[in-house]
Design a protein around this ligand. Structure first.
Ligand code: IPE
Ligand code: MG
Length: 229
């Protein structure tokens, strides 16, 4: 969800004002995903590296998270959304930690849409914490054991990764899990990324041929075989 700061700067507003409108965009995106049958949505809200931003922006983002949770969770619960927070919880303030735990507990019975909110998250952190956990348990490190120990083990790998804000890089998001994801880069700033923009991304995804290392001919044959079965 990139571009909040630029959205605000273009309007001569403080950056935190952009993050506030970003919450509105996220609400709309979650709702649209639920409506069109997306089962899992994972968003990058705050990276391990975002602590390096100016202190007032960091504290503004922490406050916004707590406020957004208290305002949004009842409605999300009613809409069948199950929230998971993904990331390193050490170093988060008690108020924030309580908000995360409450949001997860209140929505734990839902299954219409899983919403993973990556907060104080980094792809490298996830790989390292999974490996460290396996090592401490004396488990062998394999692709399978690592996948199972990672913070997103409860969901399949993402089919589509969208980055807004015109930047074409991964910035430490889902490094392990996006090995075979389709990538879509939008020039829209996150506050402007609406249901129509999400629809365009999904349409583009639908045009892609996913080969998973195979040839195009094999993929076509597999598809024909599936249809015949
Ligand atoms: C939101 O966009 C990402 C968060 C860390 C919340 P940015 O704050 O990175 O916006 P730009 O890139 O400065 O426009
Ligand atoms: Mg940015």
């Amino acid at each position: 969800m990139d571009g909040n700061g630029r959205w605000a700067a273009r309007r001569f507003l403080p950056r935190v004002a952009g993050h506030k409108v970003g919450v509105d965009a996220l609400r709309a995106c979650v709702r649209h995903c639920g409506d069109i049958g997306v089962k899992v949505l994972t968003v990058f809200a705050f990276s391990s590296e975002n602590w390096n931003r100016p202190a007032d922006e960091v504290s503004g983002l922490m406050e916004l998270l707590a406020l957004a949770l208290s305002r949004e969770v009842p409605q999300l619960k009613a809409e069948g959304v199950r929230i998971h927070f993904i990331g390193d919880r050490t170093g988060l303030a008690p108020k924030v930690l309580n908000g995360l735990a409450a949001a997860e507990a209140v929505t734990a019975g839902n299954e219409r849409l899983i919403l993973n909110i990556c907060f104080n998250y980094g792809g490298r952190w996830d790989i390292a914490q999974a490996a460290a956990r396996l090592a401490a348990q004396g488990c062998a490190i394999t692709e399978q054991s690592l996948s199972g120990a990672m913070a997103l083990a409860h969901v399949p790998d993402p089919d589509l990764v969208i980055r807004t804000g015109g930047e074409q890089r991964v910035s430490n998001f889902l490094l392990w899990q996006s090995a075979y994801s389709e990538f879509y880069f939008s020039d829209k700033l996150w506050p402007e990324f609406d249901a129509a923009a999400l629809g365009e991304a999904i349409d583009a995804f639908a045009q892609r041929e996913r080969r998973f290392g195979k040839t195009s001919e094999q993929v076509l044959q597999d598809g024909a075989a599936r249809k015949a079965a």
